[in-house]
Design a protein around this ligand. Structure first.
Ligand SMILES: O=P(O)(O)OC[C@H]1O[C@H](OP(=O)(O)OP(=O)(O)O)[C@H](O)[C@@H]1O
Ligand SMILES: O=C(O)c1cc(=O)[nH]c(=O)[nH]1
Length: 203
């Protein structure tokens, strides 16, 4: 499943590598790689594979969610498809409280004490999904976990979730992507080693 999804991301050209012009991530990290999971919205078969992979993750979870929460913005559509597939209620979580109207950070109904699974598209440092999980907790929700399509596998992310007492699970990630690219001859062993070293020095 992990390898298949990495291949799906490559097929829809969600992944760009540019060693000459680095991308800036939301955390400020400069990166030679960018994975645009937003493109999955435009590919019904791929987004269905993602929904089914999330369903498999949920099936393995001891604590079953009662509400699915999408992280704004890229997590929202996947949360909606998963909530629909599981016939569960859904909310979404803004990156910060709305500056007008009701001033909500969490939109939708979130009764206190309900078990909530937070859905994110991608985890780099884990900062965005942790913020969303904390907002859910402030509203009285019980966060049963964070699940994402893709992780860069940074130790930093493991640490922040561990410290917050949150389980996180992912469908695919950087290692699977590099394997697929090497198998396809798009990267040679030296490029792969360089990218792994680059990732590892981020921690
Ligand atoms: O683990 P982190 O270091 O927080 O990085 C991952 C976050 O960055 C991206 O969002 P972005 O801020 O680009 O916003 P978007 O979802 O609205 O596109 C991505 O969709 C995650 O939410
Ligand atoms: O960390 C990020 O901001 C980030 C990295 C990435 O590869 N893709 C993305 O959408 N965001």
């Amino acid at each position: 499943m992990k390898d298949n999804l990495a291949r799906d991301l490559l097929e829809i050209k969600a992944v760009q590598i540019n060693k000459d012009h680095y991308f800036t991530w939301t955390s400020g990290i400069k990166s030679p790689i960018y994975c645009d999971n937003r493109l999955t919205m435009s590919h019904p078969k791929v987004r269905k594979n993602i929904t089914e992979a999330f369903v498999s993750l949920v099936e393995k979870m001891e604590e079953k969610p009662e509400i699915i929460a999408g992280c704004a913005t890229a997590g929202i559509p996947h949360a909606a498809w998963l909530a629909d597939r599981l016939a569960l209620p859904m909310v979404y979580v803004r990156s910060k409280p709305k500056g007008h109207g009701k001033g909500n950070q969490v939109e939708g109904e979130l009764p206190a004490g309900k078990r909530v699974l937070v859905i994110e598209d991608l985890i780099s440092t884990g900062g965005s999904s942790l913020q969303a999980a904390e907002a859910v907790r402030r509203e009285g929700g019980v966060v049963t976990g964070v699940a994402a399509i893709f992780t860069y596998g940074l130790e930093k992310a493991d640490t922040v979730f561990q410290e917050a007492g949150i389980n996180f699970s992912t469908i695919t990630g950087f290692d699977q992507l590099l394997e697929a690219l090497t198998d396809d001859g798009e990267l040679n062993e030296e490029d792969k080693r360089e990218l792994l070293l680059w990732r590892d020095q981020l921690d």
